[in-house]
Design a protein around this ligand. Structure first.
Ligand SMILES: [Zn+2]
Length: 294
């Protein structure tokens, strides 16, 4: 085995382990939600049984003269408490059901070794209003439940005199592959540091856009010097958007044009705490998943 082959084998093994760890965590998360939902459901069944029983007791004994006032109160209290517990369990059940239905990839952190595969497709895509798209006539799509947030952002930016245009949004696995190879042709083997190996999966989610302005029409570094970019930095969080790869981040090149929808709660907290999405712990991020479209 040549030195290079050995090195490659080592790299491949490391990548494999990290990939498996990521995959394992997703499966674990999914199973955890399913398990919690199951637990809540059985507790709810028990609670309903108890209520039925208490109501029966109440009815049977309520009319009995021999029952003292305090005994009656005790019985009524037990019933009220059980009903309250039941309501809480119902709420818990709704929450786990909602969580089980929410796409966990929407808040996943991606890297060169943890990314979406060719079988991942967003649940539903919608067209972005063509008046915001560059070049004119290009068809761009965005994840359906997140589109209203993007539309609000675009409208408000326009009203504030900070027009924004979108030059890229949803990209399928195949589109991304061909984009990557064209970068490689243009820039040689250094393409990996330039092309979006990481941003790649974010675009495949359908919740990420590359912004430009009518004056600076391409997604490029110069976008950082526009007033529209400053507006985004101050306001994007109100619409649930974050800058995935900010200046001097430690995980990827600076991409001022590349913004991802993560939901209003998470975006607001990141803005408030001056934190980066990719610096956060995945488990901490996942707590926001349930409220992503609220
Ligand atoms: Zn991008």
């Amino acid at each position: 085995m040549s030195h290079n082959t050995k090195l490659l084998t080592i790299y491949a093994s490391i990548a494999g382990v990290i990939l498996l760890a990521g995959l394992g965590y997703s499966i674990y998360q999914y199973k955890e939600t399913a398990k919690k939902l199951g637990d809540t459901q059985s507790r709810l069944t028990l609670s309903i049984e108890k209520i039925v029983e208490l109501e029966k007791q109440n009815e049977e004994l309520g009319g009995t003269l021999s029952l003292t006032q305090s005994e009656k109160e005790e019985l009524g209290g037990a019933l009220a408490k059980q009903k309250e517990e039941n309501e809480e369990l119902e709420e818990e059940k709704d929450m786990y059901e909602k969580l089980a239905k929410t796409d966990k990839q929407l808040l996943a952190k991606y890297s060169k070794v943890y990314f979406l595969n060719e079988n991942y497709f967003p649940t539903k895509l919608d067209d972005i209003d063509e008046k915001y798209v560059l070049p004119v006539g290009k068809k761009l799509e965005f994840l359906d439940p997140a589109l209203p947030y993007l539309e609000d952002l675009l409208e408000d930016a326009e009203e504030d005199g900070m027009p924004l245009r979108i030059v890229s949004s949803y990209r399928s696995f195949e589109e991304q592959q061909s984009l990557k190879s064209s970068y490689k042709v243009m820039y040689g083997s250094g393409a990996n540091t330039f092309s979006a190996d990481q941003g790649y999966s974010e675009h495949q989610l359908g919740t990420t856009v590359d912004f430009a302005t009518p004056q600076v029409p391409g997604a490029m570094g110069a976008f950082a010097n526009t007033a529209s970019f400053t507006w985004l930095q101050e306001n994007a969080h109100k619409y649930g958007f974050i800058l995935s790869y900010p200046k001097s981040n430690s995980y990827y090149i600076y991409e001022p044009w590349h913004w991802r929808f993560v939901g209003e709660d998470l975006a607001r907290d990141l803005y408030k705490d001056k934190k980066n999405f990719y610096d956060m712990d995945q488990r901490e991020i996942d707590e926001y998943l349930i409220k992503i479209f609220d």
